[in-house]
Design a protein around this ligand. Sequence first.
Ligand SMILES: *Cc1c(COP(=O)(O)O)cnc(C)c1O
Length: 233
Amino acid sequence: MADTQSPDAIARNVQTVLDNIRQAALRAGRNPESVRLIAATKTVAPARVRTAIEAGVRILGENRLQEALPKIEAVGDCEGVVWHFIGRLQRRKVKAVVGRFQMIHSVDSLDLAAEINRRAAEAGLVQAVLMEVNIGEEPTKGGLAPAAVAEAVAAIKALPNLSVLGLMAVPPLATDPEAARPYFRRLRELVLSLPYEDVKELSMGMSQDYAVAVEEGATMVRIGTAIFGARRG
Ligand SMILES: *Cc1c(COP(=O)(O)O)cnc(C)c1O
């Protein structure tokens, strides 16, 4: 469990994950440096997060603002370490997220993008974001429909205080990591189909399927369980 995994185990897990990312990149003929590890830290206590940082993690991903704010405070400033927002973002929480997180992975509507732009302008900064895509077109899931992505990115490109850098997706739940491959491939094809050189990040792949995601072009993988152990609840 997240709170019982020993520091040694966390450090070992980080090395294993980094090694697996490297191997998957090399298998696909990619530069391993082109893939960044994001440790997904929901439910993980600050001391464990620090252990992961000591083991080499540089990007931390949080899902919920209420949980993230005290955790960011408790972990404290660490050289070269940044936080990303990877969970569903509610409009009324945008003000607190903008500027605190280096990147928001989960922009799924123009309305949300407009609010981020407004708050970023107030704060005098440009917020980096990814568009979340409902790549499996699942009725129960958030994210833009694949067919809506090109138009949404074009509209968001016009917002001066928002910088859209790529796409993010969570493929349909499956026990076999290979089941996710066609969805990862589709997300990559989608990002390649966009007429912008600077929209190229692909945030895809979690504990179970990140090796497949890296083979299919992921530039960021979001890993929780494989580093910190199973979450409670
Ligand atoms: C929890 C979470 C992850 C990590 O999931 P694991 O299966 O534990 O690796 C990745 N992305 C998002 C959006 C998450 O909420």
